[in-house]
Design a protein around this ligand. Structure first.
Ligand code: ADP
Length: 623
């Protein structure tokens, strides 16, 4: 906040004399500054509470504390430390200027100097900014690089040489370079030339911090030289370097009689007369350099801050990316859990379907088996009755056996043989049933394919009757690692469907019951492909076949073409699931069997087989 609401830079004038203050106010007002005036150092310090000025112009001689003491107070206060202070005095004594500068003033101007000089110095100080404070607090200033640029002189010139000029050497004979060197700076002296301006040395890391220009020679067009230097300074700035400061030394007469606007306009930062005392000049240079180094330091700190900011932003965006990934992973885990849930429900439904189909086929099976058992049982019971009757007759007989009785005995023996046959058929059925129940498990295990197919055929025998013949061509290895369901449910369903298909065709054709109506061909073989071996089981019939447009649909659950109460539509759906669990495939083609009655359907099951150190393994996920 400033003392004024205006956007113009606010200058606080500290001047006891009303007339001089008035002259200053109108000068600065005309130059476009907002101005406030106080009459003493104490007043200046107390008015700071209501707002800070951008710059202070103070008379050195003040009632109460002098300008130097006031400047020191400004520098001791953290809030006001960075406000540039320009000291004015009528006194030409070099000691005053030294004290003013050492107390913390940023520039010193004699009241007798051209009025323009005051405005130009104010502008130059405001241009430099007031940031140096923060850098000063960081306290990491390096040695400044100062270059003294002397004027070229002609041989016959009666002018004073730079070497002998007042500013160049103090009373004790110490050169300006020496004085600056004692301050800890690196000092170089060169003669002004075009090469100097064009040289790369002005930019880069090792470029100068301050150029001290001797502009006293008539051989040097000072304004032009400054302008060209300033242009180079802009180049350096644009290339990312820092700008050096330029301090000019002009002829003392010119300094007092002419405006220095042209030189400041050309880019000069500070201007001193040639009769300035070397130690005061060294002080002026020190103040100029101090601000330049401060700005360099601030720039470095800003670069570091930006680097830190970028690193922070990168870290933050990485953190955001990680958080997004975590959220995605969480969503994925959630989706996976839902999927697992759905999968579990699906497996449950599938299991229920399997159960339903099992129950349905069990009903069919039980009916068939009851029929199978009933026949041998009926004639065994009839034979038992015949035998019992004959035996009773023989028991009642007295004396040796008559030939007719011997014939009766023989008949009994024959009947007993027939009974044995019937009982054996029942025993075989029971054996098949036991195998069937034992093999109906989902674990992969060594399975005897031939035995399993025989069992299935035995259980389906009632379906074949005398009308349907079954051929077996089992060329694949007998043992296969698979789920027993592969043979007991899948193969059995397919063979059962084949029998139904043949019967339905026979019915359509109106064949007599008992007349040969068709055949089923069951084959196994090992087929080699690029991935390894496949165990292939095919079941072909000479029924009506499966129309091409139904081949995909027959695997749908509940798809059936059988009459109500005859089909569940689940047999092939279950077969599909079991084959999938083996990582295999199931295909339907026309069978076109040799000597067949119809197109026929051929169901081909194919499951991959791999040999491992522990034996043949069927690849696929377990159901
Ligand atoms: P279901 O036997 O209870 O009808 P499936 O899923 O076993 O159920 O069979 C579905 C349908 O596929 C059958 O209704 C039939 O239309 C057709 N199908 C199956 N096997 C054969 C075959 N060998 N010949 C002709 N059609 C068949």
């Amino acid at each position: 906040m400033t003392l004024s609401d205006t956007q113009l830079p606010l200058i606080l004038i500290v001047e006891e004399s009303d007339s001089q203050a008035q002259a200053l106010i109108s000068l600065l007002d005309n130059a476009g500054f907002a101005v406030r005036r106080v009459a003493s150092g104490e007043e200046a310090l107390s008015c700071l509470d209501s707002g800070l000025p951008d710059l202070v112009v103070s008379d050195y001689h003040l009632p109460g504390m002098n300008g130097g003491q006031m400047a020191r107070q400004f520098r001791m206060n953290a809030q006001t430390r960075s406000i540039p202070i320009l000291m004015l005095t009528e006194d030409e004594a070099p000691g005053l200027e030294r004290e003013g500068l050492e107390s913390g003033a940023d520039a010193y101007i004699s009241k007798s100097a051209h009025p323009d000089l005051l405005v130009l110095r104010i502008r130059a100080l405001l241009r430099e900014g007031s940031d140096f404070l923060q850098a000063e607090e960081a306290g990491r200033f390096r040695r400044a690089r100062i270059v003294i640029v002397t004027s070229p002189r002609s041989d016959d010139c009666e002018e004073e040489t730079s070497e002998n000029a007042n500013w160049a050497r103090d009373a004790a004979g110490a050169s300006l370079g020496e004085l600056l060197w004692r301050d800890g700076h690196t000092v170089t002296t060169v003669t002004a030339s075009s090469e100097l301006i064009n040289g790369a040395w002005l930019g880069g890391e090792e470029g100068p911090d301050c150029l001290v220009l001797d502009l006293t020679s008539r051989l040097l067009d000072g304004v032009n030289f400054c302008r060209r230097l300033d242009a180079r300074r802009q180049d350096v700035l644009e290339a990312g370097g820092t700008s050096f400061r330029i301090l000019g030394i002009v002829d003392a007469d010119r300094f007092r009689r002419h405006s220095a606007a042209d030189l400041f306009d050309a880019g000069l930062d500070d201007l001193v007369p040639s009769d300035i005392a070397p130690d005061v000049l060294a002080l002026r240079i020190r103040v100029l350099v101090r601000r330049k180094l401060a700005q360099d330091e601030i720039r470095q700190q800003e670069i570091k801050r930006q680097v830190r900011e970028v690193a922070l932003q990168t870290a933050q965006s990485e953190a955001r990316a990680i958080a997004a990934k975590a959220a995605m992973a969480e969503a994925l885990a959630h989706a996976n859990a839902e999927l697992a849930d759905a999968n579990a429900r699906l497996i449950e439904t599938q299991a229920k379907l399997v159960q339903t189909a099992k129950m349905a086929s069990l009903g069919e099976l039980v009916a068939g088996i009851a029929h199978e058992i009933n026949n041998p049982l009926a004639f065994t019971l009839a034979h038992e009755e015949t035998i019992a009757r004959a035996l009773r007759k023989l028991i009642d007989t007295e004396g040796p056996l008559q030939p007719s009785q011997l014939t009766l005995l023989e008949k009994c023996a024959n009947r007993i043989g027939a009974m044995r046959l019937g009982l054996q058929r029942i025993q075989n059925l029971v054996l098949s049933l036991r195998r069937f129940s034992r093999l109906d498990e989902s674990a992969f295990q060594d399975t005897d394919v031939v035995e399993a197919i025989d069992t299935a055929l035995a259980l389906l025998a009632h379906k074949f009757g005398r009308e349907i013949t079954v051929e077996r061509h089992l060329t694949a290895p007998r043992m296969l690692v698979c789920q027993p369901a592969l043979l007991h449910q899948v193969v059995m369903n397919i063979v059962s469907n084949a029998a139904d298909a043949i019967r339905s065709r026979a019915e359509v054709e109106g064949l007599e019951p008992g007349a040969p109506s068709g055949k089923i061909v069951i084959e196994t073989e090992l087929r080699q492909n690029e991935q390894g071996a496949n165990y292939v089981i095919s079941v072909a019939d000479d029924g009506p076949g499966v129309p091409a447009d139904l081949r995909a649909r027959v695997f749908e659950p509940f798809f059936t073409t059988k009459p109500v109460g005859m089909g569940t539509g689940l047999g092939l759906a279950i077969a599909y699931g079991v084959i999938e669990a083996h990582g295999g495939s199931i295909d339907i083609e026309d069978a076109n069997l040799d000597g067949g009655h119809g197109v026929g359907a051929c169901f081909t099951l194919s499951v991959p087989v791999r040999l491992t150190p522990t034996g043949p393994v069927t690849i696929g996920r377990s159901a």
